[in-house]
Design a binder for this molecule. Structure first.
Ligand code: CAO
Length: 561
């Protein structure tokens, strides 16, 4: 088998270019014409193909190396080559079998050198037609990107569109300056040399190398000579960020033609992929990783996210719902529009997801807290000096821990088809703040007494109202209580705080006549509303949980059992 050194072929006017991607490694079997590496100048990126089929024996370039015509890329053990010269190392420029990319670039360069004054005109004030210039051997190249819009002010050499063959991407520049009146191509169109690309008007300011005033309308090919660096302009690369008329950079993703093609085949939006290659270049591995993340649900494309229901104003398209009604409220009376705060937006999105995704059921019950309230009042009297006031919520937290221990599925979370039972009891409580609803978490409530829970609750509620809660102080809850007891109401249906599986809503206790078997007696009754995830809990368990909670609250000594 003959060893063949594959060299960088004639790559046109480029002196030294950077190796930005290695597409093969030692041991790989390569075909003739297969791309080996991608190189990049400040204007163009090109794939360097192999002149020879065989097995890669040695890589002679690494990422970041600078190469030029004649640099050895790698050594291939030629497939099927005559074994006549086993020790001989033949050196073959990869252009021995001219690849379309390189051939076209070389030709472009030659054409430019040979015909420096082909482009006739640039200064004209009437409409000027801009045509696809000589782009080498390429036929029917696809327009993959349109970088300008009618109304844009175009400079000479400004890229108008990007076209792509299976081997190269090129930006097609404008030969003239002016205002874009009409663009004649769109993404997906196939173009060839001489095709009409655009019509510009008001081109008087155009600075062409060969300036000659011509009466309008004139037809001008965006020929190499219109651009001082024809090769660079004609193959102006995917790697070079395009510039919008206002000078702002249009974020054109850095990727080689084959990677772009790969992304297109998979329907991957290249502009959403984070490049891990040199200078943030997107590699085939990045495309694969992105696809995997989207397929596994770990990531979303922007299009998917746009379809997902939003915190508000989402159109529900992702759920197949009819669109949200759009009403011009101002038609019916004076209005004032105020953006929602950050916390409301975040909690809104969470509540919506939880309301939609959890098959939730709410059980209502009443607990007799007559004795407990008397105990609470006396405790507060005794502790007056300590500054810690105990509210019913602190007792409820303690009572809930006892119920969660007895019914552990209420302290669990769903993980796929499994239930994760947590052997810790961190209780979240909904706090009403000027910025919106927040849920601070009191940790290890099983290990704390009612007084300590009251004290922590006071501190956390204060922090919540001041907007000073840390993310850690709002995470890790295993169960949540939402108390409207200080405000009023009877029952409500709280929304479960995923990934928890249940939440207890509590309203204001009231004195009610309760039948004790012989007579009606006045008792202080606390309304309970327990919402539970029907995938994890069933109605009987929920009823038992509420009943047990009621027993504890009516005789708090049971907490000790
Ligand atoms: N029944 C009757 N009275 C009650 C009660 C109940 N269930 N719960 C509390 N109270 C009383 C308290 O004893 C207190 O009375 P005094 O002022 O006479 O001492 C008063 O109501 C105010 O209590 P509080 O609200 O300050 O204290 P708390 O411990 O009950 O609640 C907190 C603390 C932070 C949870 C509460 O202030 C809060 O923000 N609640 C709103 C929660 C919420 O918005 N939930 C809805 C979520 S869904 O949108």
């Amino acid at each position: 088998m003959a060893l063949v050194e594959v060299q960088v072929p004639d790559i046109g006017d480029f002196d030294e270019v950077n190796v930005i991607e290695l597409m093969v490694k030692v041991g790989d079997t390569v075909k003739a014409e297969q791309s080996l590496i991608t190189v990049e100048s400040d204007k163009a990126s090109m794939e360097i193909p192999s002149s020879t089929a065989g097995v890669v024996k040695e890589m002679r370039v690494a990422l970041g190396d600078k190469v030029k015509q004649g640099s050895v890329v790698l050594v291939v053990e030629a497939a099927g080559a005559a074994a006549a010269a086993p020790a001989a190392l033949s050196t073959v420029p990869s252009t021995a079998s001219p690849s379309p990319v390189i051939a076209s670039e070389a030709r472009q360069s030659n054409a430019a050198a040979a015909a420096p004054a082909v482009a006739p005109v640039a200064a004209a004030s009437g409409p000027v037609q801009v045509f696809v210039p000589d782009i080498g051997d390429f036929k029917d190249v696809v327009v993959i990107e349109v970088m300008v819009k009618p109304g844009y002010t175009i400079k000479v050499e400004q890229s108008l569109i990007t076209v792509e063959s299976d081997k190269a991407s090129m930006e097609i520049p404008s030969s003239h300056a002016g205002v874009l009146q009409e663009l004649k191509v769109k993404v997906g169109d196939k173009v060839n040399i001489g095709d009409l690309l655009a019509v510009l008007v008001g081109t008087a300011s155009a600075a062409a190398p060969v300036a000659a005033a011509v009466a309008a309308p004139v037809a001008v090919a965006s020929a190499p000579a219109a651009a001082p660096t024809p090769v660079a302009a004609a193959v102006a690369a995917v790697a070079a960020p395009a510039h919008a008329p206002g000078g702002t950079t249009v974020g054109l993703p850095h990727a080689s033609p084959s990677v772009r093609k790969f992304a297109r085949e998979l329907g991957v939006p290249l502009e959403e992929v984070k490049g891990s290659g040199l200078k943030g270049r997107i590699t085939a591995d990045d495309i694969q990783a992105f696809t995997k993340a989207v397929m596994s649900g770990a990531a979303q494309t922007k299009a998917q996210a746009a379809k997902a229901p939003a915190a508000s104003g989402g159109d529900g398209a992702g759920l197949g719902l009819i669109p949200w009604p759009k009403v011009d409220f101002a038609k019916f009376g004076p209005i004032e529009r105020k953006e929602m705060g950050r916390i409301k937006k975040i909690s809104g999105a969470n509540l919506l997801r939880n309301a939609i995704m959890i098959p939730a059921v709410t059980n209502h019950d009443d607990a007799d807290i007559t004795d407990l309230e008397a105990f609470r009042v006396s405790t507060n009297k005794e502790n007056e000096k300590s500054g810690v006031k105990v509210t019913m919520l602190a007792f409820l937290i303690k009572a809930c821990v006892a119920a969660l221990k007895k019914y552990p599925e209420f302290n669990s979370s769903l993980d796929g088809d499994a239930l994760v039972y947590k052997n810790y009891w961190h209780i979240g409580f909904a706090a009403d703040t000027p910025n919106g609803l927040m849920v601070p978490v009191i940790r290890d409530c099983d290990k704390k007494g009612v007084l300590q829970i009251s004290q922590e609750m006071g501190e956390l509620a204060k922090k919540a109202r001041e907007g000073k809660l840390s993310p850690a102080e709002m995470s890790g809850a295993t169960f949540t209580i939402s108390s409207l007891g200080g405000i009023g109401g009877k029952y409500f249906t709280p929304i479960i705080n995923a990934p928890e599986v249940a939440i207890l809503g509590v309203c204001k206790s009231t004195m009610e006549p309760v039948w004790d078997g012989k007579q009606f007696v006045p008792r202080l009754m606390l309304p309970l509303s327990l919402t539970w995830d029907h995938r994890v809990i069933d109605g009987a368990a929920a009823a038992r949980f509420n009943a047990f909670l009621g027993q504890i609250l009516s005789d708090f000594r049971r907490v000790l059992l």
